[in-house]
Design a protein around this ligand. Structure first.
Ligand code: C2E
Ligand code: CA
Ligand code: CA
Length: 554
């Protein structure tokens, strides 16, 4: 950590004058690296120093900032050693142990955490492998862009590589990563400074093409892109050809981001019907018959009624004893014409339309039923993780329905776990907190999903009833190739452990990643290396062949 040039500002909130006196004594040997300022209450501190990166709050318990209301790192000043680490603060100091050393250590700890926060903030919108924007970053770019010019003067490209899965299988996932880097290099060469490029998923990209000067520019660029991507690639001494499909949609005035993304997606699907590299432009007239968002919504409603949804379960491995300790339920739509659809094809739509609420209940109910089924097969109980969207919290019936479902299925609620994303829990919504507390009283556990991507603020992480943190697979994925990712994953694991949280690394695909994670003290892993998500009958066979945790967790 570099030494700050400016002194730290220690903002003291304490009714007892002794704290100021003792802290001043401790600060003397730190000569000029920190100054002590006393303040009457945290509201005053917050209004003056909220954006001061050099400020740290020191407060007695009675004057602590309200959880979730103050972004500044906070150290609580205690009279006695606490039995458990205090919640909602960055660190604590006990009067009897107060010394220059303990103060310096604590400030250093708090500051290091601040550096991690800043790094996460920067990386939250960036794809770790390629350095271009990720899905999150892209959404921000698109929103800004559409707001700027009355929503016009831009075309959206949705690019998907064909059969990237096969490339990964043939070259290993590091080879796959190297191919992606080459694809990005070729794409960048075709774009100008006013265009933008993002990586939406493993082999999916989005392009924002500036068409203000020349309305047909998007088509020219698309032409050149499919040509450039159609050239053979050299990866690990092998030459290979990779097909790609690019869908283009022109933004219309004030039409908004959702239809634009949907149209580019439809066009991309149409490009898929052509072998090799090709592009297709969305055309309102020709696509009158294409599924609109509303059609798809109707179809999804029917799917729920006709039982076309299914759950696949992905096991979670405990690195300490090598046993399977949990499962994550992942929904799929067995579409009568289009086959098995992944959640990315319909969950976002379900969220927008509110259908996620009934869909979510179906998922929970089916997961509980399958938990019972596993028990009947003599399999020791496992934690069952279910993904919960923020939208589901807004349903006033959530608590009552869940309680009923748990009782109906005769399942011990302590085995049920909900995965929430940072964006959902960090909205500081009182309703979310209350519902989480009430569900927690039933015994349900919570985990923080996709950690590192939806960053808002995790200073108050330990004031929420969360027991587990899932490090997002984008960080795990780049670990072998990038030192920065290794450091970051290591730091996230340490941070979680400091907060008494267990850590699961997601998307573990190689032995090398698993070895690194074990070295970092990671508790559990989930990913293709352990197993793909499996339909329930295959899961039963799998679990009968591997070691499963036999001890009842509390
Ligand atoms: P998630 O919660 O991050 O789920 C993990 C995703 O990573 C799954 O994709 C899984 O198949 C994939 N995955 C697992 N191991 C690996 C690996 O080693 N490498 C790679 N590259 N990927 C791996 P899936 O099933 O397509 O789910 C995507 C997302 O859809 C989930 O991401 C979750 O956010 C959402 N989702 C799934 N089921 C539900 C649900 O029932 N309700 C809600 N609200 N969302 C759901
Ligand atoms: Ca999840
Ligand atoms: Ca996840």
């Amino acid at each position: 950590m570099s030494t700050p040039v400016e002194p730290l500002r220690l903002l003291l909130l304490a009714d007892e004058p002794e704290w100021a006196a003792s802290l001043r004594d401790c600060l003397q040997p730190l000569a000029g690296s920190a100054v002590l300022l006393t303040a009457p209450n945290w509201e005053a501190v917050n209004s003056l120093f909220a954006h001061d990166r050099q400020a740290v709050v020191l407060a007695t318990p009675a004057l602590l900032p309200t959880p979730g209301r103050c972004e500044l790192p906070t150290i609580v000043l205690l009279e006695d050693e606490p039995e458990a680490p205090p919640a909602g603060v960055s660190d604590w100091l006990v009067r009897a142990q107060l010394s220059s050393d303990s103060l310096r250590r604590s400030l250093r700890h708090v500051r290091e955490r601040g550096v991690l926060v800043a790094t996460l903030q920067r990386l939250a919108e960036q794809d770790p492998l390629t350095g271009i924007a990720n899905r999150q970053g892209f959404q921000a770019l698109l929103t800004t862009r559409l707001a700027e010019h009355d929503g016009r003067g831009v075309a959206l490209g949705h690019l998907d590589l064909d059969n990237f899965r096969h490339v990964n299988d043939a070259l290993g996932h590091q080879g796959g990563d190297r191919l992606i880097l080459q694809v990005v290099t070729r794409l960048k060469l075709q774009l100008e400074a006013s265009d933008q490029l993002a990586r939406l998923g493993s082999d999916e990209f989005a392009l924002l093409i500036d068409t203000r000067r020349e309305p047909n520019r998007a088509e020219w660029v698309a032409e050149r892109i499919v040509e450039a991507l159609g050239e053979p690639y050299w990866v690990d001494g092998e030459s290979l050809l990779v097909g790609c499909s690019l869908g283009l949609a022109h933004a219309r005035a004030q039409a908004g981001a959702d239809p634009l993304m949907w149209h580019a997606h439809i066009a991309m699907r149409q490009a898929k019907s052509v072998q090799g590299c090709s592009f297709h432009v969305f055309n309102e007239r020709i696509n009158r018959n294409a599924r609109s968002l509303a059609d798809l919504e109707g179809e999804l409603r029917r799917a729920l009624r006709r039982d076309e949804l299914e759950l696949h379960y992905q096991p979670r491995l405990n690195l300490v004893d090598g046993r399977i300790v949990g499962l994550e339920a992942l929904v799929r739509w067995n579409h009568p014409e289009r086959g098995l659809l992944p959640p990315s094809e319909f969950v976002p739509l379900a969220e927008q339309s509110g259908l996620i609420v009934p869909l979510g209940y179906w998922v929970i109910s089916r997961a509980l039923r399958d938990m019972q089924g596993l028990r009947e097969h003599g399999i020791a109980p496992l934690h069952m993780a279910v993904n919960l969207s923020f939208r589901q919290f807004q349903d006033s019936q959530l608590l009552a329905t869940l309680s009923r479902l748990i009782i109906e299925h005769g399942v011990d609620a302590r085995w049920l776990e909900f995965e929430l994303t940072e964006t959902a829990v960090m909205r500081r919504n009182e309703l979310v907190r209350q519902t989480m507390d009430a569900l927690g009283r039933l015994g349900v556990r919570f985990s923080l999903d996709d950690f590192g991507t939806g960053f808002s603020s995790f200073v108050h992480l330990n004031s929420l009833p969360i027991t587990l943190l899932k490090v997002d697979r984008s960080f795990v994925g780049g670990m072998e190739l990038r030192e920065e990712n290794r450091k970051l994953v290591h730091a996230m694991i340490n941070l979680a452990h400091n907060l008494n949280l267990e850590v699961v690394a997601e998307g573990v695909e190689s032995e090398e990643q698993m070895t690194l994670l074990r070295g970092f003290g990671c508790d559990q892993v989930q990913g293709f290396l352990v197993s793909q998500p499996l339909p329930v009958d295959e899961l039963v066979t799998y679990l009968q062949q591997v070691p499963v945790a036999a001890i009842r967790a509390v």
